[in-house]
Design a protein around this ligand. Structure first.
Ligand SMILES: Cc1cc2nc3c(=O)[nH]c(=O)nc-3n(C[C@H](O)[C@H](O)[C@H](O)COP(=O)(O)OP(=O)(O)OC[C@H]3O[C@@H](n4cnc5c(N)ncnc54)[C@H](O)[C@@H]3O)c2cc1C
Length: 386
């Protein structure tokens, strides 16, 4: 991808094609259509949210003083998807000691992904269509051309998540747990709301043993939270952590995980995706420089995430327990916001962290040959070659 090539002048005229109907592409489309631009979203699969399975995700609300739902409202996006602010939860440190975490404002909003009514994806699709966006399904873009915005999602898998969605009689709640036996270099989570649940292991290495880690995760939450699953349905997905130097390709803006906009510490990519969609749309509408815009708005937190990941990998369980202790001892939303900020010591560490992650993270446990790991089932060989 090339950093310096400006957006083509003709991109400010005529129909704009957006490649990919994920949250980034759809937010971008909504902003453009509201500015009276003609927009076509081209989506490879037959519906939105095909990578997801009704699983709960957290739309983080800590990285900015502005509430994430207000940020969406400013972009013209209505929060008419099912969502629930989480102001408390339990985090287990690496010794399975429980720490109650809490925030004076929601730390994140629980949203559902997939194509069902009430999911984030379905709501964004409906809003896009209402403002006149044309969405073409079963339309895989194989070659990029002018007037495109690329929003194809992750290209590689260097984080994987495997889990179950299920029905349950458990009370609502949010739990997070750390431990090499349940999620190597990552974390396991359990989210329950109104009789539905999601339990998963989010791992940054050890992909070959995904089934073992998932089984250990379920057993862990059964032991520590009384997890009860009815009708468990397995799911899996992947994310792409990479520190982008540029987010332009052939004169076209690249947004979302396609550009590498992802939280390297924990994989909270949703807010980055939607923000970058808005920034790209604004760059087309008002002629602001997209490269300058994303570097100013997204890069500091991206850098903070990479330094955090570097620190966590270096310090292991001691670092995790320190972090969890901190999160539990104060307003957790504030502490998380602070943890992602690129403070002076982190700025100093950045070159080292960058050097460490100069190449995409790799998990060497997978050979990619006829294997059925998540990243091969859902992943690399299937990813768009735009
Ligand atoms: C299991 C799992 C759990 C997660 N949990 C969280 C969480 O709790 N919080 C959080 O913030 N983030 C989470 N993430 C990350 C988050 O889901 C992503 O960052 C987000 O979905 C990225 O949105 P997107 O628009 O970039 O891409 P996607 O949602 O992947 O959409 C990209 C779309 O582009 C389409 N496409 C690709 N190539 C082409 C092509 N050539 N032509 C046409 N269409 C194409 C794809 O079919 C897809 O529909 C999670 C990810 C996974 C996998």
């Amino acid at each position: 991808m090339d950093a310096t090539v400006p957006i083509r002048p003709e991109a400010k005229q005529g129909t704009i094609e957006i490649v990919g109907a994920g949250p980034a592409g759809l937010v971008c489309a909504i902003v453009l259509a509201k500015a009276n631009r003609r927009v076509v979203v081209r989506e490879w699969h037959q519906d939105v949210g095909h990578r997801f399975h009704g699983d709960f995700q957290g739309l983080e609300n800590w990285s900015d003083a502005q509430n994430v739902l207000d940020e969406l409202a400013d972009a013209g996006v209505v929060a008419d998807f099912d969502h629930r602010g989480a102001t408390e939860g339990i985090v287990f440190d690496s010794h399975a000691k429980a720490h109650r975490v809490h925030g004076s404002k929601p730390m994140f909003y629980l949203v559902r992904r997939g194509n069902a009514a009430g999911t984030l994806d379905r709501a964004l699709l409906d809003q896009a269509r209402t403002v006149g966006v044309e969405v073409r399904f079963n339309d895989r873009v194989k070659r990029t051309a002018g007037n495109m915005i690329l929003a194809g999602g992750p290209r590689r898998a260097n984080i994987i998540t495997v889990g179950y969605v299920f029905d349950t009689t458990m009370a609502d709640g949010a739990w997070l747990a750390f431990g090499a036996e349940i999620a190597p270099k990552g974390y396991a989570y359990l989210l329950v709301r109104q009789g539905r649940g999601t339990v998963a292991s989010c791992m940054f290495s050890g992909f070959r043993d995904q089934a073992k880690y998932l089984a250990a995760t379920v057993a862990y939450f059964e032991r520590h939270t009384g997890l009860q699953m009815q009708r468990p349905r397995g799911f899996g997905g992947f994310g792409n952590v990479r520190l982008p130097r540029t987010a332009m390709q052939g004169g076209n803006p690249v947004i979302d995980e396609h550009a590498g906009f992802q939280d390297a510490l924990a994989g909270f990519g949703l807010r980055y995706a939607m923000r970058s969609g808005r920034l790209a749309a604004q760059s087309v509408i008002s002629g602001i420089d997209y490269t300058k815009a994303w570097r100013q708005a997204l890069q500091p937190d991206l850098h903070g995430g990479v330094v955090n990941r570097f620190l966590l990998n270096q310090t292991g369980p001691r670092g995790i327990d320190y972090l969890v202790g901190k999160l539990g001892s104060t307003d957790t939303g504030d502490a998380l916001g602070h943890a992602y900020r690129l403070s002076l010591p982190k700025r100093l560490l950045l070159p080292l962290a960058r050097f460490h992650y100069r190449n995409p993270l790799q998990d060497r446990s997978c050979s990619h040959n006829n294997c059925d790991y998540v990243w091969c089932q859902h992943g690399a060989h299937e990813v768009a070659d735009t």
